[in-house]
Design a protein around this ligand. Structure first.
Ligand code: GUN
Length: 294
C-alpha cells in the first residue's frame, strides 16, 4: 500500500511556483496577487483562508485578506466583489464558502469576473470545464487529478466511483475523470444519498473519490482489494484524548480500508494541501493570462 502524500506533492508544486515567481521578479514583472474574502467567523473557513494567505507568502505572491463580519449584507459583499473585479492589481480572488445563510451563494459567485475566478466556480468557467475549454479548474478536483498524475496511477478504462455530487468536488470530479485527459478516460459512476445498493457499487470500483462529508463512512467491506482511495472529507470528531478536544477524520475508515488499498490519501496531509497548491497554480495562470491579454 502506498500513501498518496499530498503534503509532499503540494510542496513540490509550491516550489515550482516559487521558481516561476522568482523569474517573474527578475524580469521586473508584477507578481501574482490573490485576494480572499471571508465572511463571518466559521472556524474551519478561518483556518482554510489563513492557510491560503500563508501559502501565498511562501511562494512570493502578494495576498489580500478581506475579513468581513457575519452581519455583512449581500449588497455589501457584492460591492466588495465589484471592487475586486475592477482592481487591476488583483489577478484572482475567492469568496470562501459556506457564506452566512442570509447571503445567496450563487448570486455572489455569479458576480465574480470569470477571468479572476480562480476557484472555477462561476457558471462560465463550469461550462468551459464541461466543454474541455481552457479555464480555471476547481482547486480540489484539480489537486486530485494532479495527485493521480504524479503517482502515475492509471485511470483510463477504470471504474471510478465518485461519492458525492457537490458543486465544489463531486460534480466537477465526475466530469473531469470521464474526459479525454491524462487522469481521465475513466468510466465514472456518481453515488449519493439517494443511491440504492451503494456498497455493491463501491465494491466494483478501481478508484474511489470519497466526498460525502460523513466521517469514516467508507468501510473496508465496501471496497475491493487493490482499490485506489482518494479521501476528500475532513471533519472534526470529538476526541477527549486530544488536547484540542477533537481529531480530524476523513470520509474513509482509514485503518480498515488502507489494508485493502493499493494507494490511499491520508487525512490530514492528502487532498487538503493539494487544494491550496492548485489555487496558487490557478492564480499564477490568471496573472499569465492578464499579461497575454494586454
Ligand atoms: N469551501 C470549501 N472548499 C472551498 C474552496 O475550494 N473554495 C472556496 N472558496 N470555498 C470553499
Amino acid at each position: 500500500m502506498t500513501i498518496l502524500d499530498g503534503k509532499k506533492i503540494s510542496s513540490d508544486i509550491k516550489n515550482e511556483i516559487a521558481d516561476q515567481v522568482k523569474i517573474m521578479k527578475s524580469k521586473g514583472e508584477k507578481v501574482p496577487h490573490l485576494a480572499a474574502v471571508l465572511v463571518g467567523t466559521d472556524g474551519a473557513s478561518m483556518t482554510y483562508v489563513g492557510a491560503k494567505v500563508k501559502a501565498c507568502e511562501l511562494v512570493g505572491f502578494e495576498s489580500t485578506l478581506i475579513d468581513l463580519p457575519e452581519k455583512t449584507t449581500e449588497d455589501e459583499l457584492l460591492n466588495h466583489i465589484y471592487k475586486l473585479n475592477n482592481d487591476s492589481g488583483i489577478d484572482g480572488f475567492i469568496v470562501q464558502l459556506p457564506l452566512p445563510k442570509h447571503i445567496d451563494d450563487q448570486k455572489v459567485l455569479m458576480a465574480i469576473d470569470p477571468d479572476k475566478d480562480v476557484d472555477g466556480f462561476h457558471p462560465t468557467n463550469v461550462g468551459r470545464m464541461t466543454l474541455d475549454l481552457p479555464t480555471f479548474l476547481p482547486a480540489t478536483p484539480f489537486g486530485i487529478l494532479e495527485l493521480l498524475e504524479r503517482y502515475n496511477i492509471e485511470t483510463s478504462g477504470k471504474n471510478v466511483v465518485v461519492m458525492g455530487r457537490s458543486h465544489i468536488v463531486g460534480r466537477p470530479m465526475s466530469i473531469l475523470m470521464s474526459q479525454k485527459r491524462k487522469a481521465g478516460n475513466a468510466t465514472v459512476t456518481v453515488v449519493h444519498s439517494r443511491t440504492n445498493n451503494l456498497a455493491e457499487i463501491t465494491r466494483g470500483a478501481d478508484i474511489i473519490v470519497a466526498a460525502i462529508g460523513i466521517s469514516e463512512f467508507l468501510k473496508a467491506d465496501m471496497v475491493k482489494d487493490g482499490v485506489v482511495v482518494i479521501d476528500v472529507g475532513i471533519t472534526r470528531v470529538p476526541d477527549e484524548t486530544k488536547t484540542r478536544g477533537y481529531r480530524l477524520a476523513g470520509d474513509v475508515e482509514f485503518e480498515g480500508v488502507s489494508k485493502k488499498a493499493s494507494f490511499i490519501t491520508p487525512v490530514p496531509g492528502g487532498v487538503g494541501p493539494m487544494t491550496i497548491a492548485m489555487l496558487l497554480k490557478n492564480t499564477l495562470l490568471a496573472r499569465e493570462r492578464q499579461n497575454t491579454a494586454k
